[in-house]
Structure formats: C-alpha cells, structure tokens
Design a protein around this ligand. Structure first.
Ligand code: SF4
Ligand code: SF4
Ligand code: SF4
Length: 268
C-alpha cells in the first residue's frame, strides 16, 4: 500500500518497539475502508485506537521472522520452527509471568523478544533480540572429483574457499564460514556437501537505553537442541527477572549464565 509523505513522517515518530504493529494496523484499517493510499488522518485515527487498546495487545512476547518463507532465494531451509517456538512461548505463559512481576501498567518494552532468520543475512535482526535463531548449513569436502569450475569460490561472500590447484580440491576456512550453504548448492559435482543443517543461536541482545549485541553460542543446533536451550533460557528468566527486567539485561549482568548454558548444552 502507498503512503502519503506526511503519513510516512508520522509513522516514523511512533516508538520503534510498536512501529511495525501500528504500521500494519494502519494499512489494515485503511484497506478495510477501501483506501489504497494511507493518509495522515488514517495514521492518527489508528494510532489513537491502538494506544487505547495497548494493554489488550500485549502478549508477553514478540516473535518476528524474516521473509525467507515468502520466497527469498537465500532461505536455507524451511522447517516451520517459528510456529513451534510460538507454541512454546504461549505455553510458558510469559504474559501471566509479566502481569505478576510488573508493578503498574504492562508495556510492549517488557515483552520477551525472539526472532528467526532463515539465513546468515539475519534480516530480522537476531543481534538485538533476547534470543535470535538463524538458519545454518555447514559444508564439508567429499571425495568427489573437483572440476575447478570456481562456482563455490565466486559465490562465497566470506572468501572462505580457495581451490588447492596442486591437489585440485577446495579448502574451506571454518573460521570465515558463516554457514550460508550456498557453496553446497552451486557445486555441480557434489565435491562440497552438507555437513550440518540446523540453527545458530544468539542470546542477550537488546536496544533501548543500554543497547547490547547478542552473544552467539558456539556450534549449530538441531530442532530439539534449540528447544532445550529455549526452555533453559526461559526458566532462568522467570527465576531471575524482577519487575519486567528483560532477559538480555540479566544476561548482561550475570557473566556466568552463558558459560553455564554452553556447559549444559554439551551435556545434552
Ligand atoms: S534472512 Fe536470509 S532468508 Fe531471510 S529474508 Fe533475509 S536474506 Fe532472505
Ligand atoms: S557455507 Fe557460505 S560462507 Fe561457508 S564456505 Fe560455503 S558459501 Fe562460504
Ligand atoms: S563448485 Fe565444486 S567443482 Fe566447482 S570448484 Fe568448487 S568444489 Fe570444485
């Protein structure tokens, strides 16, 4: 839907943590009345209604995803993990937890935030969420003969692959590789194949007065491992958060949590 310039300006003034929701609501309400262009009056009317009903809109968590499943060619794979995460977050009753914890009105900024990105481009900003999940596919070199077509070298934006011309084999630098899986897709001879397909996990990111980038847990995780980690994080959050303190704030304050979490994962 198109937006008039002053409507665009007005939506940019809405606090960032509700802007996406308000924008979607403006478009829906304008669309419902048959409009194809959003005006300033539409923004104001929706904003007024939205802020009035904010308490009813709060779910206790926010879960975003990138546009991978809408046909993005970079999507590594589509496992539907987002809906399973949503089920888990609902089951954990984070709204009930926050209602008991927060003195005064519950606000969007109290909510637990998660996101899923379907490739390392990370369009849904996992680095600034309490927990970010990133689709990943790591490569390994097989015994199949390399024909030296250089497709893998050209596609790798990280410059993580060189071809050893004396032995005619690709060499992959694991330190540089971000697990996008693209070299696997382009290799015509299956000299490069999938080693692991799963997820990278980042935890403890936030914006606000004290912004913090999330920390990445080492390794690639399967579906069950992702859910085990989520349960451990939520358990820790519920045991330690007071008066709406964000999970990311707890992680920033307690530098023993991530090492303990990593040790716990290794014991899985
Ligand atoms: S994160 Fe990757 S898959 Fe998702 S929208 Fe961005 S480029 Fe596409
Ligand atoms: S998986 Fe991606 S980053 Fe890693 S070597 Fe292949 S193309 Fe490069
Ligand atoms: S894409 Fe495959 S065949 Fe081509 S250079 Fe790379 S490893 Fe060799």
């Amino acid at each position: 839907m198109k937006w008039e310039k002053d409507a665009e300006k007005a939506i940019q003034k809405v606090p960032f943590f509700v802007r996406k929701k308000v924008k979607a609501r403006v478009e829906k309400e304008a669309g419902d009345t048959g409009k194809i262009i959003v005006s300033l009056a539409d923004v104001k009317a929706t904003q007024k209604r939205f802020l009035k009903k904010m308490d009813a809109e709060i779910r206790g968590f926010q879960l975003d995803a990138c546009f991978g499943s809408s046909g993005c060619p970079n999507q590594i794979f589509n496992t539907g993990i987002q809906s399973k995460i949503e089920d888990l977050l609902k089951k954990e009753d984070l709204l009930g937890f926050l209602r008991n914890q927060v003195k005064g009105d519950l606000k969007f900024h109290h909510e637990f935030r998660m996101t899923v990105s379907d490739c390392p481009n990370a369009c849904s900003q996992p680095q600034i969420k309490d927990i970010g999940i990133i689709g990943a596919q790591t490569p390994y070199v097989t015994e199949n003969e390399c024909i030296g077509c250089m497709e893998c070298v050209s596609i790798c934006k990280e410059k993580a692959i060189i071809i050893d011309e004396t032995q005619n084999i690709p060499i992959i630098d694991d330190e540089l590789c971000v697990a996008c899986g693209q070299c696997i897709d382009v290799c015509p001879t299956r000299t490069i194949e999938t080693h692991q397909q799963g997820y990278r996990i980042q935890i403890g990111g936030k914006l606000g007065r004290h912004p913090r980038l999330a920390e990445e847990l080492p390794g690639i995780y399967s579906d069950p491992e992702v859910f085990d980690i989520l349960r451990r994080c939520i358990k820790y959050y519920k045991a330690n958060s007071e008066n709406g303190e964000r999970f990311a704030e707890l992680v920033a304050r307690d530098n023993t949590f991530v090492p303990k979490l990593i040790r716990g994962i290794k014991d899985l």
